[in-house]
Design a protein around this ligand. Structure first.
Ligand code: AMP
Length: 400
């Protein structure tokens, strides 16, 4: 039976990801992606019953057009429409207002609007998604739920989230660490709790979400106590194209001495740095894995990535304290890169963390499992599933 389905929507600036999920059966019935909204290469592709479908539009499209297309040409056609009981929206930034997912009300919309200042490329677009769904599915007006990337990190203590700036920048302007990838860190923590058979409220672990954007979170008693991304997703680990932590004075040097305009500097730090910037070739870790031993530039960039990651793991290990239950790897790199996991863990042996190379080689391509030796703290690889987490939160909230 199909009943009680959740429609999950993730609006990006020129793309939209969607899925329809049966939460009770933990089954994703439909998932898809529409991309390239701003040019003639726009298309939508979706997967249903293990069959891939695609439609090219050959025109500029927008979120309204796509949401109408999904509703009329996909949800209705495949008889999913009548069984959708609620809609879960991924929202990038909730500011300090949301510790959990919430039903979308007028007040929630105002708060998302207010937090747009910290996520100008995402929050306004995600509000368009909410507005359009309210029009297209009016019977679900009060069954829309906002799931925030920032919510999981709202449990951080002041010493983790405050920057050492004059305090008025926090008190008046709310400049602080918010973190990101919260939905992913929360999901893998819940799965780890089940695998290790340790109740969530006493689970202590370090979650490494390594993808195009990467972040790491220290989790104590099931709650985020520190995370590497900051006011924005630019801070923290070395990433695919983002620089992560740098001396902020570099920006003034680029501006004052090199005469690079401020918007160009922002572009350099976010789109042209990280692994791409260091190699001048790629940010794709599949290429990195294959060429690590062949190309010195690739080797150097990878070693910088591993150095940054292992430093974070080691410092979060101290924050966690005596009882440490697991290290979790997730995200495209964390789930698949045998090399990154091996070389990172090798640096951490002093912390009683040891990798089993045979297990490490086997766990990839969507597999879940332990990759540690028996004398080590558990090291888990868990494929993330943000869509399922959003659907679960949505289901639980509307059934409260
Ligand atoms: P995500 O943002 O989570 O989708 O992750 C994207 C990153 O995962 C990219 O850097 C990919 O190159 C990397 N990735 C995906 N598959 C593999 C793989 N089989 N081996 C190594 N890296 C991978």
């Amino acid at each position: 039976m199909l009943n009680k389905l959740i429609f999950v929507i993730n609006c990006g600036s020129s793309s939209l990801k969607f899925s329809v999920i049966n939460v009770q059966k933990k089954k994703i019935l439909l998932f898809g992606l529409a991309e390239n909204f701003n040019n003639k290469n726009s298309y939508i592709k979706w997967n249903i019953n293990n069959t891939q479908k695609k439609k090219n539009f050959y025109i500029k499209i927008n979120h309204k057009i796509i949401l109408n297309y999904i509703t009329n040409n996909i949800l209705k056609k495949y008889l999913l429409y009548n069984n959708i009981i609620a809609v879960g929206h991924r929202i990038v930034h909730g500011g300090e207002n949301f510790v959990n997912s919430v039903i979308i009300t007028k007040k929630v919309i105002e708060a998302i609007q207010k937090a747009s200042i910290f996520a100008p490329l995402h929050n306004p677009i995600q509000l368009i998604g909410i507005k359009e769904i309210t029009k297209i599915l009016p019977h679900l007006k009060n069954k829309q739920v906002a799931v925030f990337d920032t919510a999981f990190h709202q449990t951080m203590p002041e010493e983790s989230y405050l920057y050492a700036l004059p305090i008025k920048f926090y008190e008046k302007y709310k400049i602080r660490r918010y973190g990101a990838h919260g939905t992913s860190h929360k999901y893998v923590t819940q799965i780890a709790s089940k695998i290790l058979n340790i109740p969530l409220n006493i689970l202590n672990c370090i979650s490494c979400h390594l993808g195009n954007g990467s972040s790491i979170t220290a989790i104590k008693n099931g709650k985020s106590i520190d995370t590497s991304m900051g006011l924005t997703p630019l801070e923290g680990l070395v990433m695919g194209t983002r620089c992560g932590n740098i001396d902020p004075a570099i920006i003034f040097y680029m501006f004052n001495e090199l005469n690079i305009q401020i918007d160009k500097i922002y572009k350099i730090l976010t789109e042209k740095s990280g692994i791409l910037g260091l190699t001048n070739i790629t940010s794709d870790f599949r290429y990195i894995e294959n060429n690590y031993s062949k190309d010195n530039k690739i080797k150097r960039a990878t070693n910088i990535f591993i150095h940054s990651l292992s430093k974070y793991i080691a410092s979060y290990r101290i924050l966690i304290g005596k009882k440490m239950d697991a290290i979790i790897f997730t995200g495209g790199i964390g789930e698949n890169s045998v090399l990154i996991r091996k070389k990172t863990i090798k640096k951490l042996e002093v912390l009683n963390i040891f990798i089993d190379n045979k297990l490490n080689n086997e766990i990839k391509f969507g597999k879940t499992g332990l990759i540690n030796t028996i004398n080590s703290i558990p090291i888990l690889v868990i494929p993330t599933n943000e869509e399922l987490m959003i659907a679960q939160d949505t289901f639980n909230i509307i059934n409260r």
